[in-house]
Design a protein around this ligand. Structure first.
Ligand SMILES: Cc1cc2nc3c(=O)[nH]c(=O)nc-3n(C[C@H](O)[C@H](O)[C@H](O)COP(=O)(O)O)c2cc1C
Length: 200
C-alpha cells in the first residue's frame, strides 16, 4: 500500500474480529515502530505487548470499571482486541542522554528544563507508525487514553519507576461492523482554518 493511502484510510478501529494477529506480523509492526525518530537518538520508548484474552484482560481490569462499560455500550468491541500495546516512556533515558558531552550545554539533564517532554513526543511518533503499519497490513488499531488505574497497571506489569504509558494501542483484525464514536460524529475543523501560511 502507498503511504498516502495508509494515511488517508487510517481510522480508529474499536471492534475486532477473533482472528489472531500472526506473531511475525506483530514483530514487524513493533520493529517498524522502534525505528521512529527519537530525540537525541535516546531510544527511550519501550512497548509492553499484551497478547490474548488473559493478558489483555489485565489491562481492561486495571483501567476500566464495569460501570464504565455499562455507560459506554458502543465501546464494547474494544475489549475484543487480541493485542494491546502500551508505548511506555519517561524522563530517565532522556536526562541521561542529554547529560552526555555533546548535549551538556542544553541544560536538559534537569527535568524542569524541558520545554516539551520529548519522551512523550517520541512515544507518539512510535505510536503513529503502529497505526499506519496496521492499515498497511490490513489490521485495525485504535489509540486510547488511560484515565484510571495507571499505577496499578504499571506495577502489575513490572514497569520500572519513572516510566508512563502514553496510552494504549488496541490492535487486531477489524470486525465488519464499527459503531461510530461520539467524537467521530463531530464535524471537525476545515483544512483552511487550520493551516496558516506566513502568519496565523
Ligand atoms: C491523544 C488521543 C487520545 C485519544 N483517546 C481516545 C480514547 O480514549 N478513546 C477512544 O475511543 N478514542 C480515542 N482517540 C481517538 C480519537 O477519538 C480519534 O482519533 C478522532 O475521533 C478522529 O477519528 P479517526 O482517528 O478515526 O480519524 C484518541 C486520539 C488521540 C490522538
Amino acid at each position: 500500500m502507498e503511504l498516502s493511502d495508509a494515511v488517508r484510510n487510517r481510522r480508529m478501529v474499536r471492534a475486532f474480529s477473533d482472528r489472531p494477529v500472526p506473531a511475525e506480523l506483530l514483530d514487524d509492526v513493533l520493529a517498524q515502530a522502534l525505528s521512529a525518530p527519537t530525540a537525541g537518538n535516546s531510544h527511550g520508548v519501550d512497548f509492553v505487548v499484551l497478547r490474548g484474552a488473559r493478558e489483555t484482560a489485565m489491562f481492561w481490569q486495571a483501567t476500566t470499571t464495569e460501570d464504565w462499560w455499562q455507560r459506554n455500550p458502543r465501546r464494547a468491541g474494544m475489549r475484543s482486541a487480541p493485542v494491546v500495546l502500551l508505548p511506555v516512556s519517561g524522563p530517565p533515558p532522556y536526562l541521561a542522554r542529554y547529560a552526555l558531552e555533546d548535549k551538556a550545554r542544553s541544560g536538559l539533564d534537569r527535568l524542569e528544563a524541558w520545554p516539551i517532554p520529548f519522551w512523550f513526543t517520541d512515544a507518539a511518533f512510535a505510536t503513529m507508525i503502529v497505526l499506519l503499519r496496521a492499515v498497511d497490513a490490513g489490521l485495525g488499531a485504535a489509540f486510547v487514553g488511560i484515565f484510571r488505574g495507571e499505577s496499578s497497571l504499571l506495577s502489575s506489569l513490572g514497569v520500572p519507576d519513572g516510566l508512563r504509558p502514553l496510552g494504549a494501542v488496541l490492535l487486531g483484525y477489524p470486525a465488519p461492523h464499527q459503531a461510530p464514536s461520539a467524537s467521530g460524529l463531530l464535524p471537525g475543523r476545515r483544512r483552511g482554518e487550520r493551516i496558516h501560511f506566513g502568519s496565523w
